[in-house]
Design a protein around this ligand. Structure first.
Ligand SMILES: [Zn+2]
Ligand SMILES: [Zn+2]
Ligand SMILES: [Zn+2]
Length: 664
C-alpha cells in the first residue's frame, strides 16, 4: 500500500496520488496515476485544482463506487454504508494522452511538462515524467517492472534521453510495495500456467476468477479466448469497463476510441457496420464468472465451481505467496464498506476507553488502525455491502479487521495439490504479481541510473529496525551519492534516540525493555537473501540488460512437478499460444460437492511471517539500531497504554513526529 504523501520535492507546486492537507500549501495542479484506493486519499473531497490523469483512469474513476460506513457515536453502532462516487469530479479530471510530452500551465509564466507512460499495473495506470526548471523526475505510481516492459519504456522516444544517459533523472519516486529479494514469475508465465491448468478440466466446468481489483484485464482476455466462453460480470464491473470504449457522437456507427488495449475485446467494438460483442457479459449462463459474490448470480450460487485465484508468486521452496489484498487490502472492484479517517479516529477513541472490545489479534488490529491513520488512508472491511446489517456493531467491525490480520500474517500457503486424473482440485492458483520485487526494481533503476530514489511505500519503524536504506538497496546503480530519504530517516533515528533517552530518564524499567527486545528478535524472513553492498557506479555501463546477481529470471520457477504434461507452445514473440494438453480430464460430478477453500482458509502447516519490506543486515548494525529504538518502537507497537502511543505525521513522508497526533 502506498504511503506517499503526494509531495514531489523538485516540483513543490504539484501533488501526486495524495489529496489531503491542501489548506497549508494548496498545490497548483494534481496528478493521479491510477484508480487503486491507496492512491485516492482525499480525492472525494477535492474541488480544485485540476487533476491530470489518463483517459481510462478518468472514465473508471467517474464510475467508481465507495461505501464509507459512518459510526453513530451515540448508539455505538455503525450505520448502513452510503454509496459515494467521484462523479462530481467530472470537470476537475483532465485526461492527457500517453507517450505525449504535454505542457501544463500552473500559473501565468509557470509551466511544467508531463509525460504519461504505461505502468504495466492495471487499466489506465501510468507513470509520470515531470520536467521543467532544469529538473526532471519520474514518479512510477505502481509498476510491474518486468524486463520486457523496462526495455520498452527505455526505448520510448519521450524518455529515451534518460535511458541512454544523455540526461540524468534527479529522482525516481519508486513503487517500493514489495522489496523482497525474490524472483517472480512473469505475467506471461502465470497466464501460461493458468491456461494449462484450466485445460485439464472437463468442457462443462464452470470457473470463477476472483478479479477483486483492477489489474486482471489480460487474464480475462486469455481465459475467454482459450475457453471460448464469455465472462459473467455484475452490472457494476460491466459499467466501469464499458466506459473504456467511447464514441465521438451518439450515432450508432460513430468513431470509437478505445482507452485501453484490452477494452475492445472486453466490451466490444464496431467493425464496419457490424457491432462486435465483447467477452464480458451480464448473461450468467456461461462457463467463466467474475461476478461479485452475493450479487445474485444463480450459477455460482447453485452449481459446483472451480475457483481461480491469482497469487503473487510460487516461491522456490514450492510454497505460494498469496495476495494479502484478498481480505487484507483494497478490494477496489468489490463493493465493500470502508472506514475513513474520521471513523478510524472515532474507533480508536472507543477502543481506548474499552480495551475488552478487542479480542482476536487485538494489537495487530490497533496497528492496522494506526497505520491507516498515520498515512491518511481508508480501511476497507472484509464484509459484503449486501451483508451489512443495519446497525453493525463495533465488535463486528473489529472482527472484520481481525480477519485482515489473519490474511496479512499468512501470505505464504502450501502449494495446491497437483491434479491427478482422478482428483482435480476445485481451486487453481496462478502467479500474477502486479508489483515488482527487488530484482525487477533494480533492473528498472539500473536502466535509468537516476541521481536519487524516493520510496513511495515505507514503514519507517520497520526500515529503521532493519536498517533498510536507499543506499543499500539501490546506491550502487544510482548516479548520485546523496539519498534524501536516507537523510530523513537519519533525522527520525535521531529523534527516536532522544525520545528513548527522555523516557529512560523519566522512568527506568528494565523489565519492560527486556520484553521488547525478546519479542522483536532478529528479523525473520525466509525468502530474503542479503542485499548487495553499494558499489561505485559505472556511468559508462548503461547496457539495458539485467545484472547477473539480480537478474530477473525469465524461466519458470515452478517446481518440476508442476511441469508435468505442460509444454508451453510459444509463438515468435515468446507468448504462450492457446495449444493446450487435453488429458487428465475427469467427470464434472467427481468434484461437484467440493467447497471453496480458496479465501480465508488457514491451511498452513508452518506459519511464516512475511515482511514484504524486509532485508537482512549486519548483526552489528542491527543491534545498534535495535537498542536505539526500543522505547520508540514499544510506543509504536502499542505495548504501553493506548493513549501514550505516538503517531507519525504524514508530512515529510511520515518521518517527522506530529504534535497533533500525541507526540511532544
Ligand atoms: Zn498502490
Ligand atoms: Zn495499484
Ligand atoms: Zn456469475
Amino acid at each position: 500500500m502506498s504511503t506517499f504523501n503526494g509531495i514531489i520535492h523538485e516540483f513543490p507546486d504539484i501533488r501526486v496520488d495524495f489529496f489531503r492537507g491542501f489548506d497549508r500549501q494548496p498545490p497548483l495542479a494534481c496528478f493521479l496515476s491510477h484508480v487503486h484506493s491507496d492512491h485516492l486519499a482525499g480525492l472525494d473531497r477535492l474541488r480544485s485544482p485540476f487533476v491530470y490523469c489518463s483517459s481510462a483512469t478518468r472514465e473508471i474513476l467517474l464510475r467508481l463506487e465507495k461505501y464509507p460506513c459512518r459510526l453513530n457515536y451515540a448508539k455505538g453502532i455503525f450505520e448502513d454504508p452510503r454509496m459515494q462516487t467521484y462523479k462530481h469530479l467530472a470537470k476537475v479530471l483532465k485526461p492527457i494522452p500517453l507517450d505525449t510530452p504535454t505542457m501544463v500551465e500552473l500559473e501565468p509564466d509557470k509551466n511544467i511538462q508531463v509525460t504519461l507512460l504505461d505502468a504495466n499495473h492495471c487499466a489506465g495506470a501510468v507513470m509520470f515524467l515531470f520536467e521543467g526548471n532544469g529538473k526532471a523526475i519520474l514518479y512510477t505510481g505502481d509498476i510491474r517492472s518486468e524486463p520486457w516492459w523496462v526495455n520498452s519504456i527505455a526505448r520510448n522516444p519521450s524518455i529515451i534521453e534518460y535511458s541512454t544517459g544523455l540526461k540524468i533523472l534527479d529522482c525516481v519516486y519508486l513503487d517500493t510495495s514489495m522489496l523482497d529479494d525474490l524472483p517472480l514469475q512473469t505475467k506471461a508465465e502465470g497466464l501460461g500456467e493458468l491456461l494449462e491448468k484450466v485445460g485439464r478440466y472437463p468442457e462443462d466446468t464452470i470457473f470463477h476468477m476472483q478479479a477483486w481489483t483492477y489489474g486482471y484485464e489480460e487474464v480475462w482476455v486469455a481465459l475467454s479466448k482459450t475457453l471460448n466462453s464469455k465472462i459473467h460480470v455484475d452490472k457494476y464491473k460491466m459499467g466501469v469497463y464499458k466506459s473504456l470504449v467511447t464514441k465521438s457522437t451518439d450515432k450508432r456507427f460513430a468513431a470509437q476510441t478505445h482507452l485501453t488495449k484490452e477494452a475492445p475485446y472486453l466490451v466490444g467494438f464496431t467493425c464496419g457496420n457490424n457491432q462486435r460483442e465483447g467477452c464480458l457479459t451480464l448473461d450468467e449462463n456461461v462457463r467463466i464468472h467474475s461476478c461479485e459474490k452475493g450479487m445474485g448470480c444463480t450459477v455460482t450460487e447453485t452449481r459446483p465451481i472451480v475457483w481461480i485465484q491469482p497469487i503473487v508468486a510460487h516461491l522456490e521452496d514450492g510454497r505460494d505467496m498469496v495476495e494479502v489484498g484478498i481480505g487484507g487490502g483494497g478490494d477496489d472492484l468489490a463493493q465493500k464498506p470502508s472506514l475513513d479517517t474520521e471513523d478510524i479516529l472515532a474507533l480508536i477513541e472507543i477502543i481506548s476507553q474499552n480495551d475488552s472490545l478487542l479480542c482476536d489479534f487485538g494489537s495487530e488490529v490497533k496497528q492496522i488502525l494506526k497505520k491507516a491513520l498515520a498515512t491518511s488512508r481508508d480501511i476497507e472491511l472484509d464484509i459484503e455491502v449486501s451483508d451489512f446489517t443495519e446497525g453493525e456493531s463495533i465488535k463486528e467491525i473489529l472482527n472484520s479487521l481481525a480477519k485482515k490480520v489473519t490474511a496479512i500474517r499468512n501470505p505464504i500457503k502450501k502449494p495446491e495439490e497437483n491434479g491427478h486424473h482422478y482428483q482435480l482440485p476445485n481451486r487453481i492458483r496462478f502467479p500474477y504479481a502486479r508489483h515488482s520485487s527487488l530484482p525487477e526494481l533494480r533492473y528498472f533503476v539500473k536502466t535509468f541510473k537516476p541521481k536519487d530514489i524516493w520510496p513511495c511505500t515505507v514503514d519507517p519503524v520497520s526500515w529503521l529496525d532493519r536498517a533498510i536504506t536507499i543506499r543499500g538497496l539501490f546506491g550502487d546503480i544510482c548516479s548520485g551519492d546523496v539519498f534524501k530519504h536516507d537523510l530523513q530517516m537519519d533525522q527520525l533515528s535521531e529523534a527516536r534516540r532522544q525520545l528513548k533517552e527522555k523516557s529512560e530518564g523519566e522512568e527506568n524499567e528494565p523489565e519492560t525493555q527486556q520484553t521488547t527486545v525478546s519479542r522483536l528478535g532478529p528479523p525473520s524472513s525466509p525468502v530474503i537473501p542479503s542485499i548487495a553492498p553499494p558499489q561505485p557506479c559505472d556511468s559508462n555501463n548503461r547496457n539495458i540488460t539485467p545484472t547477473r546477481k539480480f537478474s530477473p529470471t525469465v524461466s519458470s520457477h515452478m517446481p518440476r512437478s508442476r511441469h508435468t504434461n505442460f509444454e508451453t507452445a510459444q509463438d515468435c514473440n515468446g507468448a504462450p499460444s492457446s495449444v493446450l494438453p487435453q488429458q487428465d480430464k475427469r467427470d464434472y460430478d467427481s468434484f461437484r460437492h467440493d467447497q471453496d477453500t480458496s479465501v480465508g482458509s488457514d491451511d498452513d502447516e508452518d506459519l511464516i511471517l512475511q515482511d514484504s519490506q524486509a532485508s537482512k543486515l549486519s548483526a552489528h548494525a542491527y543491534e545498534t539500531r535495535l537498542r536505539a529504538f526500543q522505547a520508540a518502537r514499544a510506543n509504536m507497537e502499542g505495548n504501553g497504554p493506548w493513549n501514550s502511543i505516538n503517531l507519525i505525521s504524514t508530512t515529510d513522508n511520515h518521518s517527522t513526529l506530529e504534535p497533533d497526533l500525541g507526540n511532544s
